[in-house]
Design a protein. Structure first.
Length: 326
């Protein structure tokens, strides 16, 4: 039977440009695509939806409905943990949609359809890295569109890409995922974000604008890993002031201890929390990859927690699709 497999890759989310309702544009997120870890979803035409994975089954059912096809047999071939700050939800959703569409020989615009899968409402990084990878800064939304109640699924658009740059080939990203409670998701995440927005001070936004315009963007354009890492660390600290009441501090515990340990390591140029965590990232390069990996393990030891450590390349391509026979 013919089938299509789509592999989508993790992303790091460094934070937002603005959460204050006092400014003209809301959100505006920064992030990068990684070459690992990844999810692979395989789909074949079927008379109905057949999928054992509960989350992907929901995405498959929505995809079948959106595409106007009878059904699909969908399987998860590989995955990485959900709700740890690496973006698995969006990658699962879009990989499922793309696999079902290709299995039925249909074309689909994942950016246009992501809201129908409940994805891409605030941050556009996950959709943008699924499309083309790279370093991404999205434009956010006009603040006037903010509503107290969450919009219905499908009643928003994915923020457009404002800037995209290829990630230099010798840059690496240390990823440390402690064995700790996951960040909020679903309705809990929505409540936390809305609470943060409704109480957010405007002052960090002005500082972030300067950091992003005068430090982050020039650093990646010039290929300076040291300046890029240091600037991202400042982005993370400023974002954390908005979330302190929601996550128990500038970083979600134990991310703060991990970030502090990595800040003291010469193999790491800057560290921070990805999205709601608990995943922590560090910026480094190929020459210091081994030392950075050791620094990640040492940071877990210093925090007294177990966890996983990996070093990933930046990914400058989007998701991959392959068609074959079972």
């Amino acid at each position: 039977m013919p089938h299509t497999s789509v592999t989508a890759h993790a992303r790091l989310h460094f934070g937002f440009c603005n959460l204050s309702l006092a400014n003209e544009r809301l959100y505006g997120s920064l992030g990068v695509g990684l070459d690992r870890p990844s999810v692979t979803v395989t789909a074949s035409p079927a008379a109905a939806v057949d999928c054992e994975h509960p989350t992907v089954r929901e995405y498959a059912a929505r995809s079948v409905n959106l595409l106007g096809v009878d059904g699909a047999e969908v399987a998860v071939e590989s995955a990485f943990p959900r709700h740890v700050g690496l973006g698995s939800g969006t990658q699962f959703a879009l990989a499922t949609l793309a696999a079902v569409a290709r299995a039925h020989d249909r074309t689909v615009d994942v950016r246009d359809r992501a809201p129908d899968l409940g994805r891409g409402g605030r941050s556009g990084v996950g959709v943008a890295t699924f499309e083309d990878g790279g370093f991404v800064l999205d434009a956010g939304h006009p603040t006037a569109r903010f509503t107290t109640d969450r919009p219905a699924v499908g009643k928003w658009s994915v923020p457009p890409v404002a800037a995209r740059h290829p990630i230099p080939s010798d840059w690496r990203f240390l990823v440390v995922v402690p064995d700790a409670p996951s960040g909020p998701s679903g309705d809990a995440e929505d409540r936390s974000m809305r609470s943060a927005v409704e109480s957010a001070a405007a002052a960090p936004s002005d500082r972030l604008a300067g950091v992003i315009l005068r430090r982050v963007l020039p650093a990646i354009t010039e290929g300076s890993v040291e300046r890029f890492g240091a600037a991202l660390a400042e982005v993370g600290r400023l974002n954390g002031t908005w979330y302190a009441d929601e996550q128990g501090g500038v970083y979600r515990p134990p991310a703060g201890e991990l970030v502090a340990a990595l800040d003291d390591e010469p193999a790491v140029d800057g560290a921070g929390q990805s999205s709601w965590g608990p995943a922590v990232y560090g910026v480094t390069d190929a020459e210091r990859e081994t030392a950075a990996r050791a620094a990640g393990r040492a940071a877990l030891d210093a925090a007294g927690v177990d966890g996983r450590v990996l070093v990933a390349d930046g990914r400058n391509r989007g998701a991959e699709a392959m068609t074959g026979e079972r």
